[in-house]
Ligand binder design. Structure first.
Ligand code: GPU
Length: 839
């Protein structure tokens, strides 16, 4: 025990005091204390939000102890740290998750109840941090949960958008976007660290010179500088002491922003400059898999990546004399190409700022980065015009040219006299408007490249990244996505979790493969009855939600047939709509038809500039309006569009599903992760052989999965053979009738123009092969309807879906990344009994 050095304001904090204790009395006292001292309220004046904040701070205090212990352990020890760089983290609310991971959910529930309040109501107060669009951002959130739960030292680096993904309202059947003011009432989970802010340069020009010692040097003279301020959120693992950091950067004006302008009397000009700096992290681009090529987006990407790399270097130099072994301490994962500017940025930092030789810097850089690709869609592959790039990042453009020069020299040796190879591999696309290919940059700069499902990785190797695979087959591997069972089973489906734990114990929560132990009960009538009861309760709850949020009354005993995900033509929500219209027509023609009552539930946001996707929403709501109000069918078919699909709402959706719609055109969905959440919660899938559907079917068994549609090679073949959707339309009476009804205004009060753009795209192009898959989809849906009539057989399939979905845990995925890419080991955290303020 060393003597404390210097001034110590709080010599020691006892673990069992009000900020760390976990017994009910302490928790109650802490809650009351925080209400009084942090919110400044007495019970008589407190709003539900005040209570939420008081509870959030009570929980945060307990995280901080674990967080500081974790940080201290990582700094001191010789540990390798994973840095997960992602432009998106779609976290969802923290409170419920932290209660579960801390293991105090039940105690807090009791403490809150005994205080005369309702825990569910307080949890509902939290505004979720919607800092992502969809699957990619949510995957990052699942992965940081698993990293912490597996006790892997890790930092998530990203952007603290002031406005996350917009809130969606439905007005007159159309999507309306509302800004997401998630920080309005403050964010109790984050801690700002202005003392370790960094500077980021933008624009300007580059000066090359020889210094006094005769070295070539580079000086980047920017025309703008912004301040990056980190905001840290502790990410606690499940029932472990590891609390990692999510470090999100906010852009601010540099400290001295106003001096110059102030001196010349341009006060407004100075404030303008401040506003323009802060713009960088103002708003998340709400496009999912559609790049727009906007300057501000490039600035966002560069800003957060530069901040993060500078931060890693700062941390590294606390313990090391130079940067020679940087790559042995940090494994940096690029979540798609959005952070791939990190490759030239690390080169710049090493070469220009730390005066390292190019070869050594390149060695370090290419042993630091690993790249995950998340899409095959050509419109989602990032390219930046060389002109724009050079204006924003003049030095990086030079560095990219130098990387490319050396890379192409290597290609020339491998493929002599092959200009086509050079052109197809080059980091620069010379056709049309010259542009930088970010996926190529990521491939050249990384030691590992992976896809997110078996099929997707195969298609990367065969197609999109084929030339890179030929060069470096050893860099490629597959890492099938996964989801965290803590949020996606324990939290969102407590009834199911308790039932499972009663049967097989609770080890499945961290070892999801153990769900297999449920297989033995799949035929057990008593267990089936309990299983059905759980599902029924979840459907009841969703029924209530639907009534509250849309006014539509649905029958909780009907089949809940659900498609929730971003709205995209390739995801084919309109194919689902065609099925609904087909059933509607059958019922109108034959009112006595023995048809299983179904409730079709949709949810998802359309990118605000994606006209066709918005029209798809209008089509769904319009079909709903007709179907739901037609006395001939409305007791057997219902169509619901749940507005504002987000993490919070999705947690009520997955547990209530009977049928999961995963109907993308084969070869288009990289993986999907919603498909996994449904299956884990006992829904059966109707799906194509796309993305992770292939593996889900493999795991749960073909007999427990409703497969339809063309395969990827068949799609290719049909297109090559001149696929013509117009002919399919004319040859298929059911399809023709459905399309004609839309076209003649049956769902649009006679308006024949409304859906014309959508119908034209189907009739004259049908890029996503809806018509080609239509009949097989309808037939498969008929099999689904028949199967649902047999309750016990259906329940057995449902149990088997859950029992066999263990593979889709993000813990499994993260273990693979750790062992096969990052080479990192768990570092268990011991809680110190005393946390010394000056230690
Ligand atoms: N994905 Br690229 C996104 O959500 N947004 C993107 O910008 C890109 C990919 C998704 C894929 O569409 C989905 O198939 C995958 O499961 C998910 O990333 C996570 O890998």
């Amino acid at each position: 025990n060393e003597e404390p050095q210097g001034f110590v304001c709080v010599p020691e904090i006892r673990v069992e005091d009000d900020r760390t204790g976990l017994d009910i009395e302490t928790l109650k006292r802490a809650f009351a204390d925080n209400l009084f001292y942090i919110q400044g309220k007495l019970g008589s004046m407190a709003t539900p939000n005040d209570y939420y904040m008081a509870l959030a701070y009570t929980v945060r205090d307990r995280l901080l102890q674990r967080w500081l212990n974790s940080a201290q352990t990582y700094l001191r020890g010789d540990v390798k740290v994973v840095c997960y760089l992602s432009a998106e983290f779609l976290l969802g609310p923290h409170l419920g998750n932290n209660l579960i991971n801390l293991g105090i959910y039940d105690r807090i529930e009791q403490a809150i109840t005994e205080s005369g309040l309702d825990l569910q109501e307080l949890i509902a107060q939290e505004e979720e941090p919607g800092l992502g669009n969809g699957g990619l951002g949510r995957l990052a959130a699942c992965y940081i949960d698993s990293l912490a739960s597996l006790e892997i030292p890790a930092i998530g680096y990203g952007i603290r958008y002031e406005f996350g993904i917009f809130d969606q309202e439905i007005q007159d059947g159309w999507q309306v976007e509302i800004t997401d003011k998630w920080l309005r009432y403050g964010n109790p989970w984050e801690i700002a660290r202005p003392e370790i802010a960094v500077e980021v340069k933008l624009g300007g020009y580059v000066d090359h010179y020889v210094d006094d010692a005769g070295n070539y040097r580079t000086h980047w003279i920017p025309d703008r500088e912004v301040h990056g301020v980190p905001y840290d959120t502790p990410i606690l693992g499940y029932r472990v002491n590891t609390a990692n950091t999510l470090r999100l950067w906010k852009a601010e004006a540099p400290e001295s922003f106003d001096f110059q302008a102030f001196n010349v009397g341009d006060y407004y000009g100075a404030v303008d400059a401040k506003i323009s700096s802060e713009n960088i992290t103002k708003v998340l681009y709400p496009n999912d898999e559609q790049v727009q090529g906007k300057r501000l987006r490039l600035e966002q990407q560069y800003f957060f990546v530069s901040c993060s790399l500078q931060d890693m270097i700062r941390l590294y130099l606390l313990e090391n004399p130079n940067l020679d072994n940087f790559h042995e301490t940090f494994a940096v994962q690029l979540n798609d190409t959005h952070p791939s500017i990190g490759v030239p940025e690390l080169m710049r930092l090493l070469v220009d700022e730390h005066h390292m030789a190019w070869e050594q810097a390149w060695q370090i850089t290419t042993h630091t980065f690993a790249y995950t690709n998340h899409t095959l869609l050509p419109e989602a592959l990032e390219k930046w015009s060389v002109q724009l790039f050079g204006r924003v990042l003049p030095r990086h453009l030079e560095i990219i040219y130098e990387i490319n020069r050396r890379f192409l020299d290597m290609v020339r040796i491998r493929y002599p006299d092959n200009d086509a190879k050079l052109a197809s591999l080059s980091l620069i696309d010379e056709l049309g408007k010259k542009s930088v290919r970010m996926a190529h940059l990521a491939c050249v700069g990384s030691y590992a490249i992976n896809g997110v499902a078996q099929l997707h990785t195969e298609l990367l190797k065969k197609d999109v990244l084929h030339d890179f695979y030929a060069l470096w087959p050893e860099k490629f591997s597959n890492k099938t996505n996964g989801v965290t069972p803590r949020r996606w089973v324990v939290q969102n489906n407590p009834g199911l979790s308790k039932l499972i734990s009663r049967k097989i114990g609770d080890r499945w929560i961290t070892h999801l493969d153990e769900l297999r132990k449920l297989e033995q009960f799949a035929d057990d009538p008593q267990f089936q009855a309990q299983w059905q009861q759980v599902k029924q309760n979840c459907k009841h709850q969703l029924t209530k939600q639907i009534k509250e949020r849309t006014g539509v009354v649905v029958d909780p005993t009907s089949m809940f047939d659900i498609q929730v995900k971003r709205i995209h033509e390739y995801k084919r929500q309109h194919l689902n709509a065609l099925h609904i219209i087909t059933l509607y027509n059958r019922l109108k023609e034959n009112p006595d038809l023995d048809l299983q009552p179904r409730t079709f539930i949709f949810g998802g946001k359309a990118a605000p500039g994606y006209f066709m996707a918005k029209l798809m929403i209008k089509l769904i709501t319009s079909v709903g309006e007709v179907v739901n109000n037609d006395p001939d069918v409305r007791d057997r078919l219902k169509v619901v569009f749940l507005p504002d699909y987000n993490v919070t709402n999705s947690q009520r959706v997955y547990p209530a599903a009977d049928l999961s719609e995963q109907i993308s055109t084969a070869g288009k969905e990289a993986s999907g992760t919603g498909n996994m959440k449904f299956s884990l919660n006992g829904a059966l899938t109707i799906g194509t052989l796309d993305g992770a559907n292939v593996e889900i079917r493999e795991e749960v068994g073909a007999e427990n999965f409703f497969l339809f549609g063309l395969t990827t090679p068949e799609v290719k073949e049909q297109k090559a053979n001149g696929y013509n959707s117009w002919d399919v339309y004319n040859a298929n009476p059911g399809l023709k009738k459905a399309i004609d009804m839309i076209s003649c205004g049956f769902f649009s009060h006679g308006d024949q123009q409304l859906f014309k753009p959508l119908l034209d795209s189907l009739l004259y192009d049908d890029k996503y092969m809806l018509f080609a898959d239509y009949q097989d989809y309808i037939d498969c849906q008929d099999r689904v309807g028949d199967a649902f009539k047999h309750k016990d057989a259906w329940t057995k399939m449902s149990i088997l879906n859950t029992a066999r979905s263990g593979k889709f845990s993000s813990d499994r995925a993260i273990r693979e990344y750790c062992q096969e890419i990052w080479q990192v080991e768990p570092v268990p955290i011991e809680l110190q009994e005393y946390v010394q303020a000056n230690a």
